[in-house]
Ligand binder design. Structure first.
Ligand SMILES: Nc1ncnc2c1ncn2[C@@H]1O[C@H](COP(=O)(O)OP(=O)(O)OP(=O)(O)O)[C@@H](O)[C@H]1O
Ligand SMILES: [Mg+2]
Length: 390
């Protein structure tokens, strides 16, 4: 059997993704109990009770300890650092405390992406937002597609100009049933061509995350642009605890492209929560089934990535029409086949992430992954891009 010290040494492999230090250094290993039958109990202390990275620690600790000779089973349990211990940790980190951003009260951040354009990311985002709201959740939608933004239209918010509150935070426009929406579309003239280069993009997204008054949210859904570019990198850097949902059509080709963005997600260490197949077979009112975009892509991709297939959303005319009408289909016609599928996916998401709003820190820009333009320390007020406010 390994000794306490050997186990402690092995636990140095477990890194807190927010604080970017190992849990031994952070003094988050509360106790290690070694039993004669090869069972090891490890208790890890979290900074907050609802720590969204709990499952990250769970797997990391189990893997690190199980790799040691003589260990047959690892039990991982959690408790919370006392106020005193948190204070100690804060002074150790030497930057005036644990990171604390505008997203402090947002419990779950879910990025909706795909490798390919036009597979329904934005439609899925808007409707999941509506479905999660119907489940009683507080939801925000961040349109991270600065080139082809579509959320203002999907929620019928048109050319609104957001206001700035007393704290100099941008107030997100509120759509049906209280969904908070933020999009570059609120700040630029319709049809104006936007040419974003890396640093500007980074700044705009940082502002959307840090200078927008999101308030208390159970979910912040992020509608990604197609592809695996700068936006995803920036978001991964700003939101290391975000989860990724991959949308694919049933076509094997789309699935291959989606795989590429999965690889990107892995590279930037975003957790993939699952796959959604969209544009699954069209079914006529008479029950005849037309698999217009093929079959099976969602299953293939989910199996390939070893993540759940959260649902299949059929092609329906209503889904397309409602996007244009500015009301998510889930709200206007919850019984439509596509709406039903989306509602079920939302329930699946809730089951996957039963987390209540808690402190969820935002990383500072200084820790940019290589290859990304590092923006100098952010000024206190919205600056640089200076979004025009109402
Ligand atoms: N299940 C569906 N049934 C019918 N139409 C759909 C369905 N899903 C999406 N659409 C339609 O397909 C088009 C593309 O959808 P959407 O804009 O949501 O895709 P996207 O992946 O966000 O695209 P982009 O990559 O350009 O951002 C839209 O016109 C939308 O209304
Ligand atoms: Mg889109």
């Amino acid at each position: 059997m390994p000794t306490q010290d050997q186990i402690r040494e092995a636990l140095r492999a477990v890194i807190d993704p927010e604080l970017r230090r190992d849990i031994v250094e952070l003094e988050m290993v509360r106790s290690i109990d070694i039993h004669p039958n090869g069972v090891v109990d490890v208790m890890v202390s979290l900074t907050t009770p609802g720590c969204p990275i709990r499952s990250h620690f769970q797997t990391g600790v189990a893997q690190a300890v199980r790799a040691l000779d003589g260990v047959a089973h690892v039990n991982v349990s959690f408790d919370v650092l006392s106020a005193d211990e948190k204070g100690k940790l804060q002074s150790k980190l030497g930057r005036g405390g644990l990171p604390d951003g505008a997203l402090a009260q947002v419990a779950n951040v879910i990025c909706i992406g795909s490798g390919k354009g036009g597979v329904g990311k934005s439609s899925v985002t808007a409707n999941l937002a509506a479905a999660l709201t119907a489940e009683g959740k507080r939801v925000g939608v961040l349109d991270a597609d600065v080139w082809g933004y579509s959320q203002p239209r999907m929620f019928g918010l048109g050319a609104l100009r957001p206001k700035v509150n007393d704290q100099r935070k941008i107030v997100p426009p509120v759509a049906h049933d209280g969904i908070k929406v933020m999009s570059i579309g609120f700040f630029i003239e319709e049809d104006a061509a936007v040419v974003w280069r890396g640093p500007m993009l980074h700044k705009a997204l940082t502002q959307f995350l840090e200078d927008v008054d999101w308030g208390v949210l159970d979910y912040l859904l992020v509608d990604l642009p197609p592809g695996t570019g700068d936006v995803s990198m920036t978001l991964a850097q700003l939101l290391p605890q975000a989860q990724f949902l991959l949308v694919t059509t049933p076509q094997p080709v789309a699935q291959k492209v989606a795989r590429r963005s999965a690889e990107m997600a892995h590279k930037v260490r975003l957790e993939i929560a699952g796959v959604i197949e969209n544009m699954t077979a069209f079914v006529t009112p008479g029950g005849e089934r037309f698999p217009i975009f093929g079959e099976g892509g969602g299953e293939l991709l989910a199996n390939d990535l070893d993540v759940p297939l959260l649902g299949k959303v059929p092609l329906t005319m209503a889904l397309r029409e409602q996007a244009d009408a500015g009301i998510p289909l889930v709200m206007s016609d919850p019984d439509d086949a596509a709406a039903q599928a989306l509602r079920q996916i939302a329930r699946g998401l809730v089951a996957l992430a039963p987390i209540a709003p808690i402190s969820l820190p935002v990383m500072q820009a200084a820790a940019a992954p290589s290859g990304l333009d590092v923006i100098p320390p952010r000024p206190k007020q919205p600056a640089g891009m200076s979004l025009p406010m109402a």
